[in-house]
Write a protein that binds this ligand. Sequence first.
Ligand SMILES: [Zn+2]
Length: 139
Amino acid sequence: MSQNLSSLRQQVRGLQQQFPSLLETLLGREPLLPGSVYTLRRRCGKPTCHCARGEPHASIVLSYRGQGRPQNITPSPEHVSAVQKLTDDYREVRQARTQLLRLQRQVLKLVDGIEALRVQEGERRFQKLRASFPSHSQR
Ligand SMILES: [Zn+2]
């Protein structure tokens, strides 16, 4: 029983160690852009174009889902890395948030387990104490 309890405590302490780095990500100051940058490869359809047989055209596209409808935007080459950084940071924050949620659920479950075991122990102790109570007068 108490072994179980200390195993649960140990698990909580283990999970707790993951919080600082998650919080560091979540409490950051870098601006975030909800969207993602990807490379779009396509053939333009002109039969004489090199892409008809060789490599398709590649362009970098920002899939941006900010206010309003999602849009696909082609950032100018000099802005690609800045846009990439904004969306990478956004993704990182979203992932950290998901992890935080998972972690909190795990901790809560363990903490509830600890509480249940402690209540069991408390009940046992109380039953012992109760046995030594002076008998009540019936009213
Ligand atoms: Zn082409």
